[in-house]
Design a binder for this molecule. Sequence first.
Ligand code: MG
Length: 315
Amino acid sequence: MNGIQGKRWTEQTAGAVIGSAVGDALGAPFEFGPAGAFSARFPASGAAEEMCGGGGWDPGEATDDTQMAVLVAESLLEREGLDLPDIFRRFQRWASGAPKDIGLQTEEVLTNGGSWETAAARHFQVSQRAAGNGSLMRAATSAVYFARDGQRATMDAARAIAALTHGDPAAWEGTALFHELVRVTLEGGDPLAALPEILTLVHPDHRPRYATVLAPDWHPDRATEFNGAVWPCLGSAVWALRTTASFEEALRAAVDLGGDTDTVAAVTGGLAGAYYGLDVIPTRWTTRLHVPLPGFGDRVLELPQLLGLVHRLAA
Ligand SMILES: [Mg+2]
């Protein structure tokens, strides 16, 4: 890899991971709020206080989305590859550390006493509802790590990690779509132009529904579920990337959708960060960024530690 490609790869892989974390922290104070709340509070972009905190979150504090993404990253690095039981154990340890927020479904799966192989499936069998966005939200680090292994490998890894907490294959396919969109972007491709082809890689049972929410004319207003579900969450993130012209605008659009704002913005930030690169992520958003890791002592990762993590993931 030559110097220019290497620099671009570093910028864009860091953009994906830091972009997702920034979206998570930016959106967290607006979770379950109405549409337009962010713009109402910050009408012009560039206000120093945008990373405002609230709703139990400190300014710049990342939520479960990024916390779980860091857990996945540390497992991939320490186990030198995909070790699903190890990721599951880390998730359980984290869940037992009383995180400020944890998805309902994720909590049930991590605490129902099932093994890493059976817990999520057991939950899905009973509930029949397991297509939350909780596996999609944490996928930025694994998307970066597996991008170099190619299309099949990164999509299969996404499905396997998603299945640890989500028994519904719809969640696996949404997470696999995200991994592949990030891979295409990091390889220098246009993720939006690649979408029709990427959709052919989705399991046929789930393809029509993703084709709907990822279509160029789809708008989040047309969602048939709350954006805490995997389909409108991914659709909204792609919509935010498609209909804006900068990282900042994409994230403002995502948070302004209301609802599950931290996760929609985390997914948007992952895609937009990979696309635009770390350089354009505002420093007023990254300086206060921090990721506590409940269950793992008093560890709190700040920007330098997150960058260290992503450099090792992308190496
Ligand atoms: Mg969250």
